[in-house]
Design a protein around this ligand. Structure first.
Ligand code: PNS
Length: 168
């Protein structure tokens, strides 16, 4: 039987427990999952593509059918080139839906061979986002319940704001 390959794309800036939950669940549904870190020239990420990839590799190292790659172009082209049968995305609140629905329709038009599969987030991750994590960490807040434990300190250390020098 043909291998069932899925891609799980996102910015992952940085990866959160919500993302990891979706990746883990996808790894149980498909034979192989490629987590794809998207490089968007219009966005200025807090973590470089290499750092984001490294963080995801660190938290998925014990899941043998997950690998990590970068996406420099169109998702639909990547999906077709790899022969993936699905694009897996996590859905949190209804606020995600409009945008995700639009992307799913466009990707279907560009790559009819693949299906977009939405996995509904766990309720505890409903309001969790990378931007929240970044904001909390930048003010020295505790992010340990939002990101995988093995990368929590690294993210905090990287994002904490240095105190500005007082102006006389
Ligand atoms: O984490 P995000 O910001 O929700 O991820 C969005 C992502 C990376 C899935 C989306 O921006 C994407 O697919 N980018 C690749 C470029 C592309 O294919 N654009 C057209 C999709 S409709």
């Amino acid at each position: 039987m043909n291998e069932r390959l899925a891609v799980c794309p996102g910015s992952f800036d940085p990866v959160t427990l919500g993302h990891l939950d979706i990746m883990t669940r996808a790894s149980k549904l498909f034979d192989r999952v490629i987590v794809l870190v998207s490089i968007n020239a219009d966005k200025t990420p807090s973590f470089s593509a290499e750092e984001r990839i490294e963080l995801i590799r660190a938290v998925t190292k014990d899941i043998p059918n997950i690998e990590v790659d970068r996406l420099d172009g169109l998702l639909a082209d990547y999906v077709r080139e790899k022969g993936a049968c699905a694009i897996v995305k996590g859905l949190r609140a209804m606020t995600d839906f409009e945008y995700e629905f639009q992307m799913a329709l466009i990707n279907k038009r560009l790559c009819p061979e693949a299906e977009t599969v939405f996995l509904v987030t766990k309720s505890e991750n409903m309001y969790l986002s990378s931007s929240m994590v970044k904001q909390i960490a930048s003010f020295g807040g505790d992010i340990s319940s939002f990101v995988p434990p093995e990368i929590s300190e690294r993210i905090s250390a990287r994002l904490i704001r240095k105190p500005k020098k007082e102006l006389n």
